[in-house]
Design a protein around this ligand. Sequence first.
Ligand code: HAM
Length: 416
Amino acid sequence: MNLPKGTKDMLPQEAYKWQYIEKTAREISALFNVKEIRTPTFEHTEVFLRGVGETTDIVNKEMYTFLDKGERSITLKPEGTAGVARAFVENGLYSSALPQKLYYITSCFRYERPQAGRLREFHQYGVEFLGSDKPDIDAEAIILAKTLFDKLGVSGLTLYINSIGCKNCRAEYEKALKEYLNKNIDGLCELCKDRLVKNPLRIFDCKNLDCKKIVKNAPKILDYICEDCSTHFAKVKSLLEKAGVEYKVDAEIVRGLDYYTKTVFEFVSTNIGAQGTVCGGGRYDKLIEELGGPNTPGIGFAMGIERLILLMESVGVGFGEQDLVKVYIAGMGDEEKDLAFTLANSLRVKGIKAEVDHMGRGIKAQFKYADKIGAKLVAVIGSDEMANGVIKVKNMEDGNEQTVKVSEFIEYVARA
Ligand code: HAM
């Protein structure tokens, strides 16, 4: 039996890296007063059709969708935003104090061709700020992402930003885009010909080289945005500058999801191969309405945790200390092992990490095992020690050996 393609086991020697990233993400979220939200792993398919958009690659090609035993169409979440927006509407969070600043750490599922940094089950740390249309909160979302990268010691990322306008200026732009594409229609792939009719902006997602060439010279949305969007974008940029966050404007970023309006952004690395976008996000002022709620603007982003780990490994930053065992208590025979067992439990009650033999090993083999698990101290209870009410404790870091009374052992380990 083996793993389904595009999934991964997280063994203990990997899992501690995740714990470190998750802990750091939670700490940074708290600094920005962002609270955790947990939504289900699956939703009614409709949530993503209406949220992410029917003409996107995610919805068209990549969703894990199935009928459950009650004949309902269910989809494993391909991303976090639509589910959070559904929960915001369903739980009436729009009536609470706004903005609602929310974060999540979740599995996501996309049926994509697996490669380095691209999986079918992957994980996102994401943030959604709901209720404010002010550019300050766009800048704050971007600064939050940057603060987390800095805290994790990640360097070499480029922040690209763009504005893709609102409902009003988008119509004007789509007209110009359609005009241009119609002139070049013969060079477009079949899917793009369809996109041209249904949702021309999605042509920017096409991987076909001929389409890419045509798109390269297409009109840019940034040249079409209205005064309101332009002022909004200028303010986001100036706040980033004030915060010392470097960015590049990239008029070609449109993002692969339909809900975006105005600000969009991506943090991209050139160190981890073709899948270099570690974080992507943007504003979505119509999504809550689309899902049946009152007119409520929003902005957010998500980072792929697998890509973040690849990046951290590539720049050689650490993942915090692995939490090792403080003391291993080796016992010679049954009686000694019983004492080791009891002492280990007393240590754990005091919050000290302790381990004993569970494999019927002899003393030598227990020592070897203690070394393998990186125990700081190894305590030995042989028959002589048992008879004299003492324990020999070896400090594995400096080789120092001490004989300690059983009655003083817990105190000794606590201080060591
Ligand atoms: P997204 O760009 O589709 O945006 O994904 C965000 C991040 O998830 C990507 O930058 C990447 O790091 C990671 N990611 C995506 N697909 C995969 C995959 N197959 N394997 C590994 N990592 C992957 C969203 O999901 C939006 N919901 C972000 C957002 C939140 N926008 C507003 N709020």
